[in-house]
Structure formats: structure tokens, C-alpha cells
Write a protein that binds this ligand. Structure first.
Ligand code: PMP
Length: 385
């Protein structure tokens, strides 16, 4: 890693150099305790302090109201596809005395996978919208207008509505919080845009994010849940209702009761999140970060849009464009390889599209500097002129 590292990978992704340097020191020895942070007990006072500090930083950054709880798991994003099912079916059963259904907004690869997992676990899944089916191109290249969604379930039969706020592979992002039927909980996967903008947490039953894009290294997922959803029936009651019991490491009430330390949490990995969130707070919080993220994304799209026609093919409809993952193809045999090779020669890497879709993907996470973005814009302009 040098001052000329310009990395645009989609995740695991770049983190602020000062965070990584401090974390590296703390891995060797933490706060003079003679041991590194990966070596101390997860129940020791310094480890518990890491959990509490990270919670407090996230609470401040997102203005998480007292109605909501923050906790951490080792599951990554995919583990949460399953954990959401067990836990929200249990919360719904507590309220309604029966097994609930679930509504999914499918707008890309990750929400599709989440819906498939819910089905696999025996949920009656209702696909409220499918971006690929609605697209003229048969691709996840836009978020259909809310008027076309539905029909939704109701508070009497549906536990939650699920969506992915930013689809990392397809490059579509919601610019608003979906409106869902009164009394049905809203669940969001924010793995690839968490802490890149302000969010009104009070609108959500649950938000989760694998941390390895904007805020940390792989190994931890952050969950923010409405406290009332931690109320669940007994295991016997759930079994009688044919609702599968959550594996204990995924049982949210158990994890919360133990301050995220029911089993061994990777404290070092969480510490990286603590350092990143501390830096965000120091730099003016999410209001400031949102301005930077938007500015970087806007100028990248402006450079791509300004290219003569026939050079780039921007795949996503303007209204649904992701600020975090900017996807496009380059027209002409072998041109993408030229673009990538020359970018690499200039120090810019991590620009290949996801293996399932190909093309180019520029990931514009929080740690990608304005300087890196400007360098890439210069290259985009040169390449297209
Ligand atoms: N959701 C989103 C939006 C993602 O981008 C990813 C990972 N790229 C996942 C879920 C899955 O995360 P993990 O690999 O940590 O299971």
C-alpha cells in the first residue's frame, strides 16, 4: 500500500490508511496490555469496550433512536439472509400467534439470493417486484416505480418487507425508503452503502450490513433492530407453529442479551469498524460523508455520460444509479481489457465487473479518495476522446 494505491474493488474494499495503520499496531499490542487485540479474551474489559465503543459510534452516526438496538454477528451479509427469516417469523408469531409470510423487493442479485434463501427455509415468499422481469432488457438495470409494486401482504399475515438498499453487483440503489403497509416491518440489506449517507432508522424494523465494504474488514455483520422485535414465543410454541428455531448463534434475543458476546466475536475485526466509525465522526458524521460520496459519484457519472456515443454503455437507468457501484460496459472487441490494463499501469485497480455480469465496475466507497476518483476521471476522459 502506497500513496499511489488507487483501488476501486467492490469488497473487501479499501479502508482509510490511518485506520489500517492503527489497527495493525493494535494487532501487535493493544493499549499497553502486552498482547495484541486478536489474542485477548472476547470477555475481557478491553474487548467489551471495543463492542460498546463501536455501538456508540454507530448510534451517534446514524442517530439510532432508543427504540432500536445495535449488535454484531459473524455471519457476513449472507448469514443475515437466513437470520432475518428465523427471527422475524418469531417476532411476528409473538404478535399474531401464527407463521407470517414475507414480501421481497427483488432489484438485483443480492435481494434475489435473500428471497431464494427465505423460500429455502420454508417461508411463503411473495415477490412484490422483480426488476429483471420488469426491465425491457431483461436485466436488473432499474428500480421499477413504486406504483407498479404489489400486491403487498398486510399486517395480519406478513412479517416483513425485505429489500436491498444498494445492489453491489448490478449498480442500482434506492434513493428513498420504500413505503410499506402499516404494521409490516421493513428490513434492509445495507451491506454496500451503510454509513455513506444519513438514514432515518426509525422507519426500519431491521437494518443489516456485512462490514467489508464501507466500514471494516470481513468477519462481522452489523444489525440494527427495533427492540420490540426481540420479543418471541418459546421454542415449544414456535415448534407447534412449524416455525424453524434459529440456530443459537443467529438467535437475536440471545445475542442481544449477551451484548453480542454469546460466543466469540472477532474483536479485532470489530475494532477496525470502531476506528472507521470514529474517523467518520471526527470528519463531520454522515452529513459530511454523504456530500463527499454524492460529489464523487456525480463527477464519475458526468465523465461517463460526457463520452461520445459508442464508447461506453451505462447499464442502469439514471434514477436508479448507485452512488457506490458504477457499472458499465465498453463497446468494441477487446476495449475493456485495454481500459483495465492501462488503468492498472496508472495505478488504478479493482475495476473489473462482477464475474456474473462482466464489464467494468467502479466502487466508490467511503475510503476511495477524491484524488483517486479524479485520476480515474482523467483516464475516462482520455480513453473516450
Ligand atoms: N448483500 C450485499 C448487498 C452484498 O454486496 C454482499 C456481498 N458482496 C452480500 C450481501 C453478501 O455478503 P457476504 O459475502 O458477507 O455474505
Amino acid at each position: 500500500r502506497t500513496a499511489t494505491t488507487h483501488y476501486f474493488g467492490a469488497g473487501p474494499a479499501l479502508l482509510p490508511t490511518e485506520v489500517i495503520k492503527k489497527a495493525a499496531e493494535d494487532l501487535v499490542e493493544y493499549q499497553g496490555c502486552g498482547l495484541g487485540l486478536g489474542e485477548i479474551s472476547h470477555r475481557s474489559a478491553p474487548a467489551v469496550a471495543v463492542v460498546n465503543t463501536t455501538k456508540s459510534n454507530i448510534k451517534q452516526l446514524l442517530h439510532v433512536p432508543d427504540t432500536h438496538e445495535i449488535f454484531f454477528l459473524q455471519s457476513g451479509g449472507t448469514g443475515e439472509f437466513s437470520a432475518v427469516v428465523y427471527n422475524l417469523l418469531a417476532s411476528f408469531a409473538k404478535k399474531a400467534g401464527k407463521k407470517g409470510k414475507a414480501d421481497y423487493l427483488v432489484t438485483g442479485t443480492w435481494s434475489q439470493k435473500a428471497a431464494e434463501e427465505a423460500k429455502r427455509l420454508g417461508v411463503d415468499v411473495n415477490i412484490v417486484v422483480n426488476g429483471k422481469k420488469a426491465s425491457a432488457n431483461g436485466k436488473y438495470d432499474f428500480i421499477p416505480e413504486p406504483e407498479t409494486w404489489g400486491p403487498f401482504g398486510t399486517a395480519d399475515d406478513t412479517a416483513y418487507v425485505y429489500y436491498c438498499d444498494n445492489e453491489t453487483v448490478n449498480g442500482v440503489e434506492f434513493s428513498y425508503v420504500p413505503i410499506v403497509p402499516e404494521g409490516v416491518e421493513l428490513v434492509a440489506d445495507m451491506s454496500s452503502n451503510i454509513l455513506s449517507r444519513e438514514v432515518d432508522v426509525s422507519k426500519f424494523g431491521l437494518i443489516f450490513a456485512g462490514v467489508q465494504k464501507n466500514i471494516g474488514i470481513a468477519g462481522v455483520a452489523v444489525v440494527i433492530i427495533k427492540k420490540s422485535l426481540l420479543d418471541k414465543p418459546t421454542d415449544e410454541e414456535l415448534t407447534a407453529l412449524k416455525i424453524p428455531l434459529a440456530p443459537i448463534v443467529f438467535d437475536f434475543p440471545t445475542v442481544v442479551k449477551n451484548n453480542s458476546l454469546y460466543n466469540t466475536l472477532p474483536i479485532f475485526n470489530l475494532h477496525v469498524v470502531s476506528l472507521t466509525t470514529e474517523l467518520l465522526l471526527k470528519n463531520g458524521g454522515l452529513k459530511a460523508q454523504e456530500l463527499i460520496s454524492n460529489r464523487k459519484a456525480e463527477k464519475l457519472y458526468a465523465a461517463l455520460d460526457a463520452a461520445p456515443s459508442g464508447v461506453f454503455n451505462l447499464l442502469v437507468e439514471k434514477k436508479s444509479r448507485s452512488r457506490m457501484n458504477i457499472v458499465f460496459t465498453i463497446i468494441g472487441e477487446g476495449k475493456e481489457q485495454v481500459f483495465l490494463n492501462d488503468a492498472k499501469a496508472k495505478g488504478m485497480t479493482g475495476l473489473s465487473g462482477h464475474r456474473s455480469v462482466g464489464g467494468i465496475r467502479i466502487s466508490n466507497y467511503n475510503a476511495v479518495s477524491e484524488e483517486s476518483v479524479d485520476l480515474l476521471i482523467d483516464w475516462i476522459k482520455k480513453f473516450s476522446s
